[in-house]
Design a binder for this molecule. Sequence first.
Ligand code: NAP
Length: 251
Amino acid sequence: MSHTQPVAVVTGASSGIGAASARALAAAGFHVVLGARRLDRLEQVAAETGGTAIPLDVTQDASVEAFAKAVDERLGRCDLLVNNAGGALGADPVAQADLADWQRMYDINVLGTVRVTKALLPALLASGDGQVITIGSIAGREPYKGGAGYNAAKHAEAALTRVLRLELLGQPVRVSEIDPGMVETDFSLVRFKGDQAKADAVYAGVEALTAEDVAETVAWVATRPSHVNVDQILLMPRDQAAAQVLHRRES
Ligand code: NAP
């Protein structure tokens, strides 16, 4: 039997923007399904939101398949997919590019988004009023020095999202892209592989966006009337006018 509430699947819901989006969507009336690799953290968010935690590695075909099967068996429907799992690895110039990092970024941000979207699209279509919201980035709009690997992945993720919008025209699934600028989460700690000083330097003196700022935008996009498709949003901190143009206060 289908769940009575609309069901929103959020990938990468174990931290940052994904966890905050799950909270905002639960508050907006969705039953949230939380996917990521760290199940202990997912279960905490599930307990707070009354949601369902299901382990998910978006880089593994079998994991995505098992995840989609569990969504179908446990909830019986999917009305919204938030493709949020993603991130950057390294900030090397092209001349020193670490190809393993590039491959990993492509796998998580691009192929991961394709894998999960493909797996859940039949349920989104069957809902009669489905929606896909992909969390892109300013990095998918504007190349910056040291960003090439992540820029390439986020440009590709934006391209596939915009193609999906074209391909689903006339079918009952909306497709939206939210591109944040700098958001203070674990993003930089992951990017710099646990180097806290490097991660802190990214945000020094800048009033960055919070995960909650992006989550509010996700909930707003998700709750527009069904004939309204918000195609793209670029959401920046006031202190950031372009990828590497920042206003930093002295501490
Ligand atoms: P975060 O706190 O590091 O969260 C990243 C999330 O992705 C985690 O929940 C992580 O969960 C999940 N994830 C990573 N690899 C995964 C995999 N293989 N399978 C499933 N889940 C995976 O960073 P965030 O800032 O919230 O990032 C969320 C999204 O926003 C990303 O797409 C990022 O590119 C984008 N973004 C961030 C910023 C920023 O400045 N923070 C700006 C623009 C866009 P597990 O590790 O538990 O799997």
